[in-house]
Design a protein around this ligand. Structure first.
Ligand SMILES: C[S@@+](CC[C@H](N)C(=O)[O-])C[C@H]1O[C@@H](n2cnc3c(N)ncnc32)[C@H](O)[C@@H]1O
Length: 214
């Protein structure tokens, strides 16, 4: 499985893909869907981290910003206990329709609530608190996502974000690319925030995991 976003050594990436357990039948179909359309989805190696975080934390309420055709929502929903819920948000109605069909076929409709429209607007309208918030929207929106997510996470809740390394573009200290500048600001603010303990995992395109104090 190729991944144009990955900064992981390609041989290591291929090795990890070879040795990991195969995804379930619907997820494999979603992986083929993404590869065929060159859709920038998270991929199984990092989606397994999301799944593990949900299980480890016992999360029951999750909010996702940027759900695409439902791949990451599907992985998180599968890890939820009974009566858990993932609220997803996606701007493209075609992706929303595809996601809902995958959830129906995977028996996950009752644990998923996917809304079509601007993720930041939907999060603003939510009082929370959520156990976990996952951010994967257009990178210019990350600083605002951080401002909105923090008060809507419970104490001890987890804030996760993708693309912290921007295919290595973050190495450019004087970048003028708005998405890279936004990610650099987001990274500085996450690490500086005393209410979060943050780690950045340099796998694929870099994923941040921040635990809120409490
Ligand atoms: C990188 S894709 C990832 C999707 C999904 N998390 C996955 O890994 O499969 C990001 C998605 O977020 C959507 N998106 C970007 N900015 C958004 C916003 N502000 N509100 C809602 N959706 C947004 C895009 O349409 C795209 O489908």
């Amino acid at each position: 499985m190729t991944d144009s976003f990955s900064i992981t050594n390609p041989a290591i990436h291929a090795y990890l893909d070879r040795v990991r357990p195969p995804s379930d039948e619907i997820l494999r179909e979603m992986e083929e869907h993404a590869e065929a359309r060159k859709f920038p989805y998270l991929g199984p190696q990092c989606a397994r981290i999301l799944h593990a975080l949900v299980k480890m934390s016992g999360a029951r309420s999750i909010f996702e910003l940027g759900s695409g055709f439902g791949y990451t929502m599907y992985w998180m929903a599968k890890a939820l206990p009974a009566r858990g819920m993932v609220v997803g948000t996606e701007g493209d109605p075609t992706n929303v329709a595809a996601a809902k069909e995958y959830f129906r076929r995977g028996g996950l409709s009752n644990r998923t609530d996917l809304r079509c429209g601007d993720a930041l607007g939907y999060l603003r309208a939510e009082p929370g608190p959520f156990d976990m918030i996952y951010c994967d929207i257009d990178k210019e929106g990350y600083p605002d996502a951080l401002d909105l997510a923090k008060p809507r996470l419970r104490p001890g809740g987890i804030f996760v974000a993708d693309n912290l390394l921007r295919s290595g573009q973050v190495l450019n200290d004087v970048s003028r690319e708005t998405a890279t500048v936004a990610i650099q600001e987001f990274t500085r603010r996450l690490y500086a925030d005393p209410d979060f303990f943050t780690v950045i995992i340099p796998i694929r395109d870099g994923m941040s995991i921040s635990v809120k104090a409490g």
